[in-house]
Each structure stands twice: as C-alpha cells, then as structure tokens.
Design a protein around this ligand. Structure first.
Ligand SMILES: [Zn+2]
Length: 94
C-alpha cells in the first residue's frame, strides 16, 4: 500500500487495541529508533487508532533509554566541534 496524497481521503488500516504495541514496536525498530514525532507521522499515514499518539508517547524502548545519556554526550561533543570550527573561521578572517 502506498499512501495517497490527500491525508483526509486516504484509507487506512484500523489498528485494534491488541495490535498497537506490536505495530509501534515493529516500526520503531525498522525505522532505526526514531522519536515520537517521526513515529506518529509514519504510522498515522497508514494506520488509524483514536489514541495512536498517546500510545506512541507512552512507548518506551529499552535500547533508546540506555542510549540516551550517550546521545546527549554525542550532541554536546558535536556542538563543541561546530563552535570550534566557527571560532577557527572567525579568527582566520581577522
Ligand atoms: Zn528505540
């Protein structure tokens, strides 16, 4: 199934309650552990459940929880690198 262009008229699979968690878990793993906004955008394009957003928000991936501190450190490290590059360029111009 390929999602149509019109989000209001595109038919969707209705997710029954027992299918929500396995579907969220499968998409989360297959998409490379995205955040809740990307998960919701992907799932709501093809699936319908009245509380889809709530279930995605409550979904807690063990791998992501364990990796979170390292992700924050990686982001800080990247920002420091960017700042150093920008400062280096500024000093080269002077
Ligand atoms: Zn994850």
């Amino acid at each position: 199934m390929v999602p149509g262009d019109n989000r209001d008229t595109q038919w969707k699979f209705a997710l029954m309650d027992f299918m929500i968690w396995p579907t969220i878990h499968w998409f989360h793993t297959m998409l490379g552990h995205p955040g809740s906004h990307r998960m919701h955008a992907t799932l709501q394009a093809q699936y319908h459940h009245p509380h889809l957003w709530i279930h995605i928000e409550r979904f807690a991936c063990e791998e992501c929880q364990q990796a979170k501190p390292y992700l924050v450190l990686a982001m800080v490290h990247s920002l420091i690198g960017i700042l150093l590059v920008l400062l280096g360029r500024k000093f080269q111009l002077i």
